[in-house]
Design a protein around this ligand. Sequence first.
Ligand code: HEC
Length: 135
Amino acid sequence: MRNLFALCLCLAGLQATAATFQDLQEQYKAQARQDNPAFGGFSSARGKSFYEAKRTRSSGKQSGCFDCHTADPTQPGKTHANKTIDPMAVSANPKRFTDLKKSEKWFRRNCTDLLGRACTAQEKGDFIEFLAHYK
Ligand code: HEC
């Protein structure tokens, strides 16, 4: 009985660490369908435009996702405090978008910062779609 309990714990742990970007996309898909019954899937092209869009912060300064994550997401980025950020493209950094909690934390922070609101599930899914297939 005790062994069975240990096995269950181990399997639960595996599930928590073995997520893939596809797992995250499934979650965002479910949310996007709830938000919009006419949801038609994620688009890498829309994700690209979102990534490259110039936004005006409340301070009036222009910025965008590319600002810290660089115009070429296979390259390491930089925070405004000059700390290195690992590449965003999954091809260059397979750890990207494998932890829903982490992705949610940073979407919340960066979307609030740049858009003044939370990103929608559609926007998050498009963003991941773009970076998951970027070569
Ligand atoms: C001011 C700098 C900055 C800007 C601008 C920025 N980010 Fe980030 N972002 C970070 C940092 C720092 C991290 C965390 C370090 C890491 O994951 O390597 C991060 C991580 C992320 C992650 C986590 C990815 C994962 O591994 O799950 C997502 C999602 C994200 N950012 C989305 C965005 C989006 C969307 C935008 C544009 C609306 C954006 N970021 C703009 C600094 C920035």
